[in-house]
Design a protein around this ligand. Structure first.
Ligand code: GLN
Ligand code: ZN
Length: 756
């Protein structure tokens, strides 16, 4: 049985690509050096797949920043503002990704959004009235040929036309259908070009097909592929879907003359039903996604082999595939030196998943796979109980009752009391929590972790940083301060490290956006808190100022969503366990005199199921209560903030309000403040701080710019409910730009206040 991989991590075993790109940004590496390193990485990644006998290896899954951005460049979807900079190609590419501020001009980056239900972010293609979609780039062809020169026949992967158009931002008044003809012709050219190169297979990714589709969408899908497929000639086309099932269009998809169709059997709850109900054409290959591309737990062969057998009985040609690109899991387990052998046995990262593919490919051909060593070894993990059960926590979760999820008094009364006790000016200014993690901060942590400095030394340094940070914020004139989060490597890892039930990797990085990677903890067992986590630093920070300093916590849903979740208990059970632990921390902070506590739910939106029908039953019905559980026992005077990255919560605005926080800050600047109309329409009661500038870009916003943004916000939001803040934490930014930006933020706010 042959095997396939949808995509491979591109960042490198030890994040080589990240470091190379970052030093290129700093001017320490030349473009040629960067291109050279990229080439080496691609070769290594292909070679590894060859070694594991993967039959269908992807090319063009490499990217310097993001594959959607690559596709926009390939298709000439380059807004004028970038073209006008007249930068060299790579410079223009990065200007689109990160914005540009220099001798050639000053432009914002493209909007950035989460890629379906992952923590990966793509850049939103921006089609302008004058844009002509056409094939202008060569990247997929170059990379295909590069592999070929190494003797490796790959299947180039490109993002499909429907997914691209549906994710793109369109000129006002246009529908994506108006660009259908143009994009079809571009894809016809792409395929013809591949045919000329002798390419055997091209993989076209259409993850949009797993979302709710309208009749018009399905019609567009049919029209697009009816026009593209006749040009394929000798090239075989694999239509690849992932992140769910294609229940809205299964029959339409299998009716088209694709040569292969990739279906996700991990997240696609309905995939097997669809296959059994409607069958699968005998002239096509089914690429069955059974190796989880999103989680790191070892595949349970006792479940997957029968699944594969069922799939096989409904198709004549089968290829074993990953469920989605392996981009969403870390690179290799080989770098992990601190996990025990027993723990490591439970995991597979990208490289090890290649082996799982190979093993499954062999086992499925065996008459009695259970007799094989690979099967037996695999089963030792699933037939014995894992360590990490905590009966006490399980009982607490079981005993939760409705009032544990309700905070009293209700919002309006709390708001009044908080206005009196906190006595903040109108349009209070604040930040989201973290301040730049400068090299001295990271060095201090690294030394402590290596045991080179004592805990006292480590803590003293952090306190020194906190003191400087408080002083800086007072000088800048912010109203509600933060301690700066210098003690935190990452907002989830930090809490995971202090709670029971988590385990940590050393090098298991996963790309989040551009060069930014995250290292999610693993929820290994039942979660509990044995002692206060943040109280000492928070209390210290508060002792240095008469202004409120926010206690800063990460919420249970975000901790769950940014960890690798368990597969042996439900997410609901897991998130309530975490919620109970964080609730204890909230009460400890309150008791220590912290009057404003921010509980970040940066990732709340992330795991919202892709289909509306599943939103409540599979997610919101436990995610919103999990947040309420965390703050339901605090006093009326204690102000609870929350923060969310990305404001794409238009459709769940009521549920966000029902989290019953007192204040919520969120990203808005990079999505054009679209959210604020929705807040008004829904009579949103929670006070809001829509980020007034984009922190994902190094550019410094001017006073004028921020003032205009605040004024725009005031048109829609009651001044009594509006806060002024950046749109996310500042840890990834440089100190200088942060200080300059915050000075401008405060100046702009003071200006606006004068006019109120
Ligand atoms: N408090 C966190 C910080 O400021 C929030 C980060 C986030 O939302 N991603 O870094
Ligand atoms: Zn954020």
């Amino acid at each position: 049985m042959t095997t396939s991989v949808i995509g491979y991590p591109r960042i490198g075993k030890l994040r080589e690509l990240k470091f190379a790109i970052e030093s290129y940004f700093k001017g320490d590496k030349s473009e040629n050096e960067l291109l050279g390193l990229a080439k080496t990485l691609r070769a290594t990644h292909w070679q590894q797949q060859v070694e594991n006998k993967i039959a269908y290896i992807s090319s063009n899954d490499f990217s310097f920043y993001d594959a959607v951005l690559d596709t926009a460049n390939l298709l000439n979807v380059i807004p004028k503002r970038y073209q006008q900079l007249t930068l060299p190609e790579l410079g223009q590419y990065f200007a689109m990704a990160r914005g540009y501020q220099g001798d050639k001009g000053d432009v914002h980056a493209l909007a950035m959004k989460k890629w379906f239900n992952t923590n990966y972010h793509y850049l939103v293609p921006e089609i302008e009235a004058t844009t002509e979609i056409k094939l202008v780039g060569t990247k997929p062809f170059d990379e295909y040929q590069e592999a070929k020169a190494l003797g490796i026949e790959t299947k180039p992967v490109i993002i499909g036309p429907l997914t691209f158009l549906k994710l793109a931002k369109l000129p006002a008044g246009q529908t994506y259908q108006s660009y259908q003809a143009q994009i079809v012709s571009a894809y016809q050219n792409i395929i013809t070009k591949f045919e000329q190169l002798g390419t055997k297979w091209v993989q076209i990714d259409e993850p949009i097909l797993v979302t709710d589709l309208s009749k018009e969408d399905i019609q567009s899908f049919e029209q697009i592929y009816q026009a593209i497929l006749p040009t394929k000639g000798s090239v075989k086309i694999l239509l690849q879907t992932y992140f769910g099932d294609i229940r809205d269009c299964y029959t339409n998809v299998i009716a088209q003359p694709f040569d292969g169709i990739g279906i996700d059997f991990v997240e696609g709850k309905e995939s097997l039903n669809l296959l059994q109900q409607y069958g699968f054409p005998s002239d096509k290959i089914l690429f069955a996604g059974v190796i989880n591309g999103k989680n790191i737990w070892r595949n349970n062969y006792a479940k997957t082999l029968p699944l594969l057998a069922q799939i096989k009985s409904n198709t004549s040609k089968l290829v074993i595939n990953t469920s989605c690109s392996l981009l969403h899991v870390p690179y290799t387990l080989q770098n992990e030196t601190k996990l025990t052998i027993a723990q490591k046995a439970y995991f597979t990262f990208a490289q090890e998943k290649l082996l799982e593919l190979a093993e499954l490919g062999q086992l499925i051909n065996e008459v009695d796979p259970k007799q094989h060593q690979a099967y037996k070894t695999n089963q030792t993990l699933f037939t014995r109980e894992r360590e990490g059960t905590n009966q006490n926590v399980r009982q607490k979760v079981a005993a939760l009752s409705p009032q544990d999820f309700v905070r009293l008094p209700e919002f309006n009364q709390r708001e009044k009391r908080q206005k009196q006790t906190l006595n903040l000016p109108v349009l209070p200014t604040t930040t989201i929590g973290s301040f730049p993690q400068t090299s001295d901060v990271r060095l201090n942590r690294a030394k402590f972790k290596k045991g080179e400095i004592s805990l006292e030394h480590y803590t003293a340094f952090n306190k020194q940083k906190i003191a400087e940070c408080i002083k800086l914020q007072e000088e800048i004139g912010l109203d509600v301060l933060v301690h700066g989060e210098f003690e935190r490597n990452d907002m989830v890892e930090y809490f995971g490290e202090s709670l029971n039930g988590f385990i940590f990797t050393e090098k298991a990085w996963v790309q989040s956006y551009g060069t930014r990677c995250v290292k999610p903890p693993v929820i290994w067992g039942d979660v509990s808190r044995s002692k206060p986590i943040t109280v000492e630093y928070s209390q210290y920070a508060q002792s240095l100022s008469n202004k409120p300093v926010k206690g800063m916590l990460t919420g249970p849903v975000t901790i769950l969503n940014w960890s690798f979740p368990r597969e042996d208990i439900s997410n609901k059970e897991s998130v309530f366990q975490i919620g109970l632990a964080i609730a204890d921390e909230v009460l400890d902070l309150e008791a220590a005199g912290i009057s404003v506590i921010q509980i970040d739910e940066a990732a709340l939106k992330e795991k919202l199921p892709l289909r509306k029908a599943d939103w409540h039953s599979e997610y919101l019905d436990w995610a919103i209560p999990a947040f309420r559980l965390v703050h339901s026992k605090v006093k009326a005077e204690t102000q609870i903030h929350t923060h969310m990255c990305y404001s794409e919560f238009t459709d769940i605005i009521k549920e966000i309000d029902q989290m019953d926080a007192d204040v919520i800050s969120f990203e808005a600047s990079r999505s054009n403040l679209e959210i604020i109309d929705v807040l008004k329409q829904n009579n949103f009661q929670t006070e809001v701080g829509p980020g007034v500038y984009d922190i994902h870009s190094p550019r410094v916003p001017s006073v004028n710019e921020i003032r205009q943004t605040i004024e725009k916000l005031l048109n829609k939001i009651d001044k009594q409910k509006l806060w002024v803040n950046p749109d996310c934490g500042l840890k990834t930014r440089g100190e200088k730009e942060v200080v300059a930006s915050l000075i401008n933020l405060v100046k702009a706010t003071l200006d606006v206040r004068l006019g109120l």
